[in-house]
Design a protein around this ligand. Structure first.
Ligand SMILES: Cc1cc2nc3c(=O)[nH]c(=O)nc-3n(C[C@H](O)[C@H](O)[C@H](O)COP(=O)(O)OP(=O)(O)OC[C@H]3O[C@@H](n4cnc5c(N)ncnc54)[C@H](O)[C@@H]3O)c2cc1C
Length: 832
């Protein structure tokens, strides 16, 4: 490694978070790229990878298709990729169907040009998290040229929970008055003291609205049983009891044994137990009502079983045990420096510092150690510096999540530079739009969105992926070919994939295989059964819940209003007579869709860039903006009035954990009747509904049902430990040639974004590529993607492969409302 290359590596070690790629770094990357002859989009893999000549992808859902897509981009054209899909079509749980020309009571012909979604329908951008998986999806949308199909919403829709016998609005913050009311409103006619009076009036209006909102919200929370226990929980959170402090301290010590690591698996607990602990045991009603409803909406699972370490509460759980350790090291580093300076001042450089009274035993390591904590090392000092590096509030981020942002930015930059260089050399080259601009614009615009999807449903994405893969000569998508078994020949070091078509013959052999099916299905494919553990015994206790999805379309508009919004969830505590069907929640699809616009419409409604010093322009912008908002809300209301009412009702989840036989589940006809009963009871026979109680619902003009067997993987407490065991099984039984990807394994929560991310990670690793992971220990400092490993589960087997870093919230581009500008193949963010 030459001196310039070493400098590159050192640069990567020192600073993890650099939103803007410096010139020097761009040079470094170019050098790394040149040295390794790597593929343009990702930095290189440190060791010489063995490129597989053929790869089997098992499962043609989003994860399988995306895995094949990335493999096709990364592997040489000679490598063959085969996707096995058991059903007749690709997409898995993403299934969008257009419903046309249904009839009402078989008499009146009614055209219903609507889409029914039985699986994923929308994605929320990760704008308030230190994660960038959504950029990966936007990049895919750009690559597949689906920008025109996008439907986005920048509105905050109301969300409800049903408890105990009516709908309760739980999105109170949506009604909070906007601080835009405080923005100065310059007017040429108003000057001097009049302007001051205007400011006072503005403040008066804003704070009056704020106080009135606070009083209304307080009354609402106080009156509704759904919020029972919230004050006690808040008190318990703010005034911790002694044992909670002790517990936190014990967790800090455990975590500090390996600074910058995720807490040990033994500290995993259920989401319910975590919230109880954080609130000193005061939050039981809150967990049983609000949080259980949330868990029904995301996982269809039980709040007292789901693992906090794998849930949407993960970042809070990590921060709880990791941030205090960074804080402590930061303080320790400062004290060590002070003592060093004092020792130099007192007796020269060799003088031995005396112990600090607060930190006995501080004579070890570089700067000393605190009782029960390891001494300051280079690594802990670097973390302390990162923690201390300014930028306000600190968050905990996984290194791999931040590395993903770099990877995407590096790819954008490369594409932009290639385009620019082509412009310099080719005389006929158009200097129009850089290919990096599509993602640049999407990423920037997405910071305003609350959700996004596609006009004709999420199937647009999987269909486009399928079309794109089918157009590649080295990809073979085999629908209607269920894999019946997977095994491994250690002599040949190849994976055998058997299907019904290869029954009786030797099966098909592959250098690598990637399973994207849910864990219970993989357990069976590897020979597992109720009586046999098969090749992957650690998968035996992994499970996924079954959900019955019912879509209903009524030709009458807004049947559920005044409860306009996204929909409602039903907590575990709702009395049986209010939910005998075991419904988990209802989505108001017609409202949700009415709130979305094409990207270009959304852009038009966004405030145009103007010189804020120009008073006239500012005024006219305000007027235009207000007019546009009015137009937009009128258009939405019109759309709601013109369209019928569309709902999705979901049943089952953990309520059906004991169901074993096909007869246990409702038939499609029963499911529709159940869904209608739920809507009648929850929307019509409920206090607060505008019309008279018991006002009957009309019959739907179109319905669709889908029983989604084992569709939402459940990461119950101990998931990380079980995945570590699965990693060992995969290495032992398949020599590390079979990897896993998808919601059952690595993802934090089920969903499109984690599925896509796991597909990307595994494909990079299998293709011998990787994104930059600055790992300081054991000499690993490049892109070995050890956190993915041969099995996709590296981080569970060795937590040291992926660490946590403190990041300043203000320094994360495209997040937390940070002002980020896209320009010339990069996002520029000046976050000091
Ligand atoms: C009702 C519902 C609503 C959802 N809503 C949202 C949402 O709004 N937003 C969101 O982000 N996510 C949502 N999700 C989650 C999202 O749909 C999933 O995370 C994603 O589709 C999972 O894709 P996958 O490819 O990992 O798995 P799957 O979709 O399960 O794909 C696996 C594929 O493997 C195939 N297969 C199984 N066994 C075999 C075999 N033996 N041989 C060959 N092929 C096999 C299956 O047929 C299937 O096509 C929802 C899920 C459900 C069920």
């Amino acid at each position: 490694m030459g001196p310039r290359r070493s400098a590159c590596v050192a640069a990567a070690r020192i600073t993890l978070i650099r939103p803007v790629i410096s010139r020097r770094e761009t040079r470094c990357r170019a050098l790394v790229k040149y040295n390794s002859r790597s593929f343009a989009s990702s930095t290189s893999y440190s060791r010489q990878p063995v490129v597989p000549s053929n790869v089997a992808v098992i499962g043609g859902g989003l994860t399988g298709l995306a895995t094949a897509h990335y493999l096709a981009m990364l592997l040489p054209a000679a490598s063959k990729i085969v996707v096995f899909e058991s059903s007749g079509q690709t997409g898995g749980w993403i299934d969008s169907r257009r419903i046309e020309n249904k009839t009402r009571d078989d008499k009146t012909a009614t055209t219903v040009p609507e889409t029914f979604e039985s699986g994923a329908r929308m994605v929320a951008p990760q704008r308030n998290a230190a994660r960038y998986d959504d950029l990966l999806l936007l990049e895919l949308i750009d690559q597949l040229e689906l920008i025109d199909e996008l439907r986005v919403s920048s509105l905050l829709a109301s969300q409800y929970i049903y408890y105990p016998d009516h709908l309760v609005n739980v999105s109170l913050a949506n009604a909070k008055p906007s601080t835009a009311l405080l923005a100065p409103r310059p007017n040429k006619l108003i000057t001097g003291w009049a302007r001051g009076l205007l400011r006072i009036a503005q403040n008066w209006i804003y704070y009056k609205a704020l106080v009135s909102w606070a009083i209304r919200s307080f009354r609402h929370v106080h009156r509704e049983p759904a919020f029972a226990g919230i004050w006690r929980a808040a008190f318990g959170y703010l005034v911790p009891l002694g044992d909670r402090l002790e517990d936190t301290h014990a967790r800090m010590v455990a975590a500090s044994k390996a600074p910058g690591r995720v807490p040990p698996p033994s500290s995993d607990e259920s989401v319910g137990a975590y919230i109880m602990r954080r609130t000193s045991g005061q939050a039981r009603p809150l967990v049983n009502n609000m949080v259980s409803a949330l868990m029904h909406g995301i996982y269809g699972g039980d709040v007292w079983k789901l693992s906090v370490a794998s849930s949407v509460f993960r970042s809070g759980w990590l921060a709880e045990s990791v941030l205090p350790v960074f804080q402590l090291y930061s303080r320790q580093a400062k004290i060590a420096e002070m003592r060093r300076q004092r020792a130099i001042a007192q007796g020269g450089a060799d003088a031995r510092p005396t112990d600090h009274p607060d930190f006995p035993g501080q004579n070890d390591g570089e700067g000393g150690g605190v009782a029960e904590f390891p001494p300051l090392t280079k690594e802990t000092l670097a973390l302390a510096q990162e923690y201390d590096g300014g930028g306000g509030r600190k968050l905990v981020a996984m290194k791999s999540d931040v590395a993903l942002l770099y990877d995407i930015m590096a790819r954008m930059r490369t594409r932009h530079e290639q385009w620019e260089n082509r412009g310099k050399t080719e005389s006929g080259h158009q200097q129009g739009r850089s290919p990096a601009d599509g993602l640049g614009m999407l990423g920037t615009a997405s910071t305003r969105w609350t959700q996004f999807g596609f006009e004709k449903g999420f199937g647009t994405l999987t269909d486009a992926l399928t079309r794109s893969l089918r157009s590649r000569p080295n990809v073979d998508i085999r629908t209607g070919q269920p894999v019946t078994a997977i095994s491994y020949d250690s002599q040949r070091e190849r994976v055998r994939v058997s299907t019904e078509q290869t029954a009786g013959i030797d099966g098909e052999w592959f250098d690598r295989a990637i399973a994207t099916v849910a864990s219970p299905a993989l357990f069976r494919l590897a020979g597992g059964s109720p009586t046999s553990s098969g090749l992957l015994p650690a998968l035996r206790h992994e499970h996924a819940v079954t959900i019955m999805v019912v879509n209903l379309y009524y030709s009458e508009p807004a049947l559920h209003h005044p409860y306009r919004g996204f929909g409602y969830l039903i907590p575990q505590t709702v009395p049986l007579d209010q939910n005998p069907e075991g419904a988990l929640g209802v989505i108001f699809d017609s409202d949700r869709e009415a709130d979305t616009r094409s990207l270009w419409d959304d852009e038009r409604y966004a405030a145009p860039p103007v010189d804020l010093d120009d008073v006239e322009e500012r005024l006219s912008r305000d007027k235009t903006f207000a007019k546009r908002l009015l137009e937009s809300s009128q258009a939405r209301n019109k759309a709601s009035r013109e369209r019928g009412s569309k709902y999705t009702v979901m049943f089952g989840g953990h309520y059906w954990d004991d169901y074993r036989y096909p007869d246990d589940y409702p038939t499609p006809e029963e499911a529709v009747r159940m869904a209608e009963a739920v809507l009648q009871r929850h929307l019509r026979n409920t206090p607060g509904f505008l019309e008279a109680p018991d006002h009957p619902l009309p019959r739907p003009v179109a319905t669709q049902t889908k029983l989604c067997r084992e569709c939402i993987p459940q990461h119950d407490v101990g998931h990380s430990q079980r995945m570590a065991a699965v990693h060992d099984d995969l290495r032992r039984s398949f020599g590390g040639k079979l990897a896993v990807a998808g919601g059952s394994y690595t993802a934090v929560g089920p969903g499109v974004l984690p599925s896509l991310r796991s597909a990307y990670d595994v494909a990079l690793r299998v293709a011998g590529r990787g994104y930059r992971m600055p790992l300081v220990e054991n000499g690993r400092n490049e892109t070995d993607m050890a956190h993915v490993g041969d099995t996709g589960l590296g981080r569970f087997a060795d937590p040291a492969t992926d660490g946590v870093v403190p990041v300043a919230q203000r320094k994360l581009p495209l997040r937390f409302g940070n002002p980020t500008v896209y320009e010339q193949g990069r996002w520029r963010y000046d976050g000091n």
